[in-house]
Design a protein around this ligand. Structure first.
Ligand code: IVH
Length: 668
C-alpha cells in the first residue's frame, strides 16, 4: 500500500514538473506521448485507490461537467484598479509626483505589459492552491477554483524557497490569440454568437459552469502582483522573479527602469513589439519597485498611488460615411449599419461598421457625408468612435433613424426601456419570416442536415415554404426543380427532416423563435413543464415560477401562443412527429459509472444536498444503501460523519470518499 502511495506522489510531482516545463517555460523535456502515459498510470492508480485522492492532483485539471453556481467570498485585500492615461506626458507627471512625494529620494520603476483579460486572485496556503477568486466588485468575487485548476500554467503546488504560509498572488487570465481564433471559428461553425475580443472570451470562459469546457478552451494566466505579510523580498521585481521560480508565469517583458528616458523608450518599444506577443495587451503598467516606497505613497480610494497604467491608442482610421443601411433581424430588431469608403485598418479593409442602435447614432451626432473614425481595438467588428468635425460639410444634416421597416414598410416601434426599434409585423415581414426558418434549421436547434441558411432562403424565395411547418411537407419532386439541387440533395434533406423528429423537446422549443426564449431558457422551461400543452395552458403567475423566467419572457410566451397561426404551426409540427414533450429516456446524464456499486451516504455536504446526491447515485447506476456492511462499496462522507460509521467503515476496509472525489467519479 505504501508503495502505491509513493508511486502516486512520484507521478504527481513529475507531471506537475512537466506541466510547468511545457506551459510556463515552453521547454518540454518529454514527448506528449510519454506525458500521456504517465498521466494514464496516475489515473489508473487513483481510480483503484480513491483513498489517496488529492483535489490538487494533476489528473483533476480536466474539469468536471457538473453544473453548480459560484459562491462569493470577500477578498482579503480589496482588488483595486489602476489610474490610467493615454499620454506619455502624464506618465512623466506620475514619475515627478512620486519623486516629490518620496521627498526627492531615488526610486526605480518596473515596466510591465498590461494584459487584456480578466483579473484573478489566487490564495495559496503552505504552497497549495486553495482558492481562486474573480475580481467581482473589488470587495468580493466569485470562487472559480475548479475552473482555474484547469489552466495548466497555474501551479497547484508551489516549489522552491521562501514561500509564505499564506500567499495571495494576482494576475490576469487571458485567452491567447490562437485559442481565441480557434474558439470563434468553432462558434461560427456551430452558429453561436462570436466573442468580440479575447477579454470577453476569457471572462466568459472563466464563469462557465462546465469546467470540462473551460479546460478545452485553452486559457492561460500571467501574474503581476504579490501580497502578504511575509513576502520574500523588499521589492516588487524580485518578488515576481521569486514567483516565477515557484512556478508562476511571469512575463519576460517586466523590466526595471530608472529614468524618464528609459520609461519613454520602454513605451516606444512595446507599443510596437506587443503585436508579436501571443496574448492581447491594452497598455503598459508602471510600478514603483520598492515595497517601502509603495507603502509611503499609499492608495487613493480607488487605486494605488505607486502605479499607473499607460493605455495604447487603439488603431483607428478616418474615412467617409457613404450611407446608413438598416438590417431586419429574425426578431424584428432593426440594426443600423454604416457603409463606408473602404479603408485599411490593422491589415484588413473595412467597408462596414455596426452602429448598434439609434442612441449610438445620436451620441456620435453623425451627419450625412461625415468623416468618421473607425477603430478595431481588439474587437472583430470595427466600430465608429467619433466624427471629424472639422471636415463636416456646411449642408450636412443630422441622420435620423428610419421610421418604417426597410423590408415591409410597417411603422417601427420602440419598446419602452430598450434601445432597439422593432418592426412589429412579425408574421408578414419577409426577413423575420425567413429569419425564423433559418433559425429553426440551425445546428443548435433542429440541426437539419442538407438545409443551411442559404437553402432556407432559397426555399422561401421560390415559394416552396412559408413557415417552419411547411418544411415537413416539401417533396423530393419540388426540391429537384431548384437550381443545383439533384435527387441526392433531396434525399439528404428529407432524411435530415426525418432525423429532426428525434430532437428533444427543449431544442424544439428553442427552435420555435419565441421572442426572449433563448437556448438556456428553453431548456429550463422544457425541463420544468415537461410538455407543450402544459406550457400553453400556463398563466403569467405560473410561468414566472420557472427558474430564469421573468415577466418579460412570461408575457412573450403568452403572446406567442395567443396567436392562432403559431398554435396551428405547433399542431402541424406535432402531427408530423416532432417532440413536444420530454421523453422518458431523456433522463439526461444517465450513465453506468456507478453500476453495481452500493454506496452509503453520511454527513452534511457543501455542493449539493443529500437528496441530490442520492438522485445522482441512482442516475449513474449505483444503489444508495442505509447502513454499512461488507457489501458496501463506498462510504460517501460529508462533514460531521458519525464516529460509529467511520469506525465501521475503517474496520471493514471500505473506501471513504469525499464530495470532490464523488463528483469526479460520476463525471469521468
Ligand atoms: S497591477 C493594485 N499589473 O489591469 C494594482 N494590473 O486597471 C494591481 N492588469 O485589475 C494591478 N496587467 O486586471 C497590474 N501588469 C499588470 C496588469 C494589470 C493587467 C489589469 C488588472 C487590473 C487592471 C487595472
Amino acid at each position: 500500500m505504501e508503495n502505491i502511495k509513493q508511486r502516486i506522489e512520484e507521478l504527481r510531482d513529475e507531471l506537475n514538473r512537466h506541466n510547468h516545463n511545457y506551459y510556463v517555460l515552453n521547454a518540454p523535456e518529454i514527448s506528449d506521448q510519454e506525458f500521456d502515459f504517465m498521466m494514464k498510470e496516475l489515473e489508473a492508480l487513483e481510480k483503484a485507490h480513491p483513498e489517496y485522492d488529492d483535489p490538487l492532483s494533476p489528473t483533476h485539471r480536466v474539469g468536471s461537467d457538473l453544473i453548480k453556481g459560484f459562491t462569493q467570498v470577500a477578498h482579503i485585500h480589496p482588488m483595486l484598479s489602476l489610474g490610467n492615461t493615454y499620454s506619455i506626458a502624464e506618465v512623466e507627471d506620475f514619475m515627478r509626483r512620486a519623486k516629490t512625494a518620496l521627498m526627492g529620494e531615488q526610486f526605480e520603476i518596473v515596466g510591465e505589459m498590461k494584459f487584456d483579460g480578466t483579473s484573478i486572485s489566487l490564495i495559496y496556503e503552505h504552497g497549495r492552491l486553495v482558492r481562486a477568486v474573480t475580481r467581482g466588485d473589488g470587495e468580493k468575487g466569485d470562487v472559480v477554483t475548479d475552473n482555474v485548476k484547469t489552466i495548466k500554467s497555474i501551479p497547484l503546488q508551489l516549489k522552491g524557497e521562501g514561500i509564505p504560509n499564506l500567499l495571495e498572488i494576482r494576475g490576469e487570465i487571458v485567452l491567447p490569440w490562437q485559442a481565441f481564433e480557434r474558439l470563434n471559428r468553432e462558434r461560427e461553425f456551430n452558429e453561436e454568437p462570436l466573442f468580440a475580443n479575447p477579454r470577453n472570451a476569457a471572462s466568459g470562459t472563466l464563469k462557465m459552469q462546465n469546467s470540462a469546457e473551460v479546460a478545452r478552451r485553452g486559457l492561460d494566466a500571467y501574474f503581476y502582483y504579490m501580497l502578504g505579510d511575509n513576502l520574500p523580498c523588499d521589492n516588487h521585481y524580485d518578488n515576481m522573479v521569486r514567483a516565477r521560480e515557484w512556478g508562476f508565469k511571469v512575463s519576460d517583458v517586466m523590466t526595471v527602469l530608472r529614468t524618464i528616458e528609459e520609461v519613454d523608450a520602454f513605451i516606444e518599444r512595446w507599443d510596437v513589439e506587443r503585436k508579436t506577443l501571443p496574448v492581447a495587451t491594452d497598455g503598459l503598467v508602471f510600478k514603483v519597485n520598492s515595497l517601502r516606497q509603495q507603502l509611503n505613497l499609499g492608495f487613493t480610494a480607488k487605486s494605488p498611488r505607486w502605479a499607473i497604467a499607460y493605455k495604447f491608442q487603439a488603431e483607428r482610421a478616418l474615412t467617409r460615411l457613404q450611407y446608413i443601411s438598416y438590417e431586419v433581424g429574425r426578431t424584428g430588431v432593426i440594426t443600423p449599419v454604416a457603409n463606408l469608403d473602404p479603408v485599411l485598418l490593422s491589415g484588413t479593409i473595412v467597408k462596414r461598421a455596426s452602429l448598434h442602435n439609434e442612441d449610438i447614432i445620436r451620441s456620435l451626432d453623425i451627419h450625412s457625408c461625415d468623416k468618421v473614425y473607425v477603430e478595431k481595438g481588439g474587437e472583430i467588428i470595427p466600430k465608429i468612435t467619433g466624427v471629424d468635425m472639422s471636415a463636416r460639410l456646411p449642408e450636412a444634416a443630422p441622420i435620423g433613424f428610419v421610421t418604417h421597416c426597410p423590408a415591409c414598410g410597417t411603422e417601427l416601434v420602440r419598446v419602452e426601456g430598450e434601445a432597439a426599434w422593432v418592426c412589429p409585423n412579425k408574421y408578414g415581414c419577409d426577413p423575420q419570416r425567413v429569419g425564423r426558418i433559418e433559425h429553426f434549421v440551425g445546428r443548435r436547434m433542429m440541426n437539419i442536415d442538407g438545409i443551411g441558411e442559404e437553402t432556407a432562403r432559397i426555399f422561401y424565395s421560390k415559394g416552396l415554404i412559408k413557415d417552419i411547418a411547411d418544411l415537413y411537407e416539401v417533396k423530393a419532386d419540388d426540391i429537384v426543380l431548384i437550381e443545383r439541387m439533384g435527387p441526392r440533395a433531396a434525399e439528404r434533406i428529407l432524411q435530415g427532416l426525418e432525423d429532426s423528429k428525434k430532437i428533444p423537446f427543449e431544442r424544439v422549443l428553442f427552435a420555435l423563435s419565441i421572442p426572449y426564449v433563448g437556448e438556456t431558457t428553453a431548456k429550463k422551461i422544457a425541463r420544468s413543464v415537461r410538455d407543450i400543452d402544459t406550457l400553453i395552458s400556463m398563466s403569467i403567475e405560473q410561468l414566472v415560477e420557472i427558474e430564469d423566467v421573468g415577466e418579460r419572457i412570461a408575457e412573450s410566451i403568452i403572446e406567442y401562443f395567443s396567436v392562432e397561426g403559431n398554435r396551428v404551426i405547433v399542431e402541424r409540427l406535432r402531427a408530423v412527429g416532432l417532440q413536444f414533450s420530454m421523453s422518458e429516456e431523456s433522463n439526461e446524464g444517465r450513465t453506468d459509472r456507478l453500476a453495481g456499486k452500493s454506496i452509503v451516504i453520511s454527513g452534511t455536504f457543501i455542493h449539493h444536498s443529500r437528496d441530490e446526491y442520492k438522485a445522482m447515485i441512482e442516475l449513474h447506476g449505483g444503489k444508495n444503501v442505509g447502513s454499512i456492511s461488507k457489501k458496501t462499496d463506498y462510504v460517501f462522507a460529508g462533514e460531521n460523519m458519525g464516529p460509529s460509521k467511520l469506525e465501521k467503515a475503517t474496520s471493514l476496509g471500505i473506501p471513504i470518499i469525499d464530495e470532490d472525489t464523488f463528483l469526479r467519479m460520476i463525471s469521468e
